[in-house]
Ligand binder design. Sequence first.
Ligand code: FAD
Length: 435
Amino acid sequence: MEKDHAIQTKPLSIGILGAGAAGLMAVYCLSLEAENWEKAHKQKFPAQITLIDRNKKPGKKLLATGNGKCNISHEDIASYSYYYDQVPFLEALFQAFSPKKLLQFLENRGLLLKTDPAGRIYPHAEQAKTVLDFFLRQIKEGPVTLLSDTKMTDLLYDPTQEKPFVLQDEAGHSYSFDRLLLAVGGCSGKNFGTDGSFFPTLQKLGLAVTPLSPSLVPLKTSFPLQKDLKGVRAKGTARLFLDSSFLAEESGEIQFTEYGLSGIAVMNLSRHLTDPAKKAVVELDFFPHMTEKEVMRYLEHLVSLYPQEKGIFLLDTLLQQTLGRVLMTSLFPKKSNQPSRLFTKEELLFLAKQCKGVPFPIAGTMDFSFSQVTRGGVKTEMVYPGTMESKTIPHLYLAGEMLDVDGPCGGLNLTFALLSGYLAGQALFDSLRLS
Ligand SMILES: Cc1cc2nc3c(=O)[nH]c(=O)nc-3n(C[C@H](O)[C@H](O)[C@H](O)COP(=O)(O)OP(=O)(O)OC[C@H]3O[C@@H](n4cnc5c(N)ncnc54)[C@H](O)[C@@H]3O)c2cc1C
């Protein structure tokens, strides 16, 4: 699209910065309201909406979500599904527009959804593209101009001006607006256009930003045989200890990479790793449905059945083989190749204990480019939860991941982006006070 620096010619101009889930949802709502308004009033909608993104096309990250299938929500989302300090804000937001209402809205508007056995909700077509197409189909109908491939580097605010918001792009062009929605995301996945570079601009405007760190991100370990575990997948419970104190646990898939641990269970723990000074250990329990005693009894049973088998057999018959072998080699470097009958009761007890909690020393998280979501962002106290309007700057709205809200894996982050985008879109329309 040609860059249009004369968008102020229309009576009212609305800028939406960021064509991710939140920005697209807001523009969708505005476009729908505009269409209805035009039908009812039989005249042109008296506002021009400009959707701006630094990427060449809108929805780049959306297309990558849920491994290309877009885990858009979860059947069981409540405010307390997110993290403790975010609950009051989300409670108020859900009263204005709840996750259930969001799902009804999407289905009523033609986006059929389906739920997997774990409660995760996807588009029925299991393709993220269906979701992006859903937004774009409506946006095409409304008074929306798409300004792509345009990275904004600054925002000036002067309430004395007729159009108080002026965005400036990398090339030094200015774009003035009466109303502005910021939906620039966090710092996660910079190849999708989100590198956090807009946060200093927000701080300059007086918007408080909480510390930013990668979340839903793989962990680096200093486990000596880590490289040998590359590619292994297992199910279990991961428990996080900081300075020897238990902090949190998550169950589900655990993936081993060359450098550390990944998979949903581990990624969900990652948001707690914000202080590198604290010694972090993740204990992996590969037998969450058995007690230590039960594991011990079963190990003794195996020894009695197969006393001549090498020690390594004790774990490679109970766990994914590579995982079993590597763990056994690390725990009993010499004995793992000797007959199982030579294991003493104490050694079997030690083995049972390790099966219930193999300690992986953590050497930090991978960086933002590996993370799915950002912990931290603009303080939620800075916006009204029913409209997403700034409490300090009238007619400025903020939505999505750029706010200090993040959730565990399972559709919660897209849900928040869509809910807040919807509320901002509706509030923007209401702010036009059209009769
Ligand atoms: C690989 C991956 C998989 C994921 N899978 C899921 C999933 O299945 N379910 C789920 O709930 N969550 C998932 N997430 C998280 C989810 O995608 C995000 O939380 C959500 O997209 C946030 O939406 P948003 O609109 O706030 O921000 P974003 O989607 O990040 O969009 C922000 C937009 O702003 C643009 N932008 C930023 N700065 C500027 C600027 N200065 N100038 C112009 N444009 C700018 C960016 O280009 C981007 O398009 C995943 C994330 C990743 C990285």
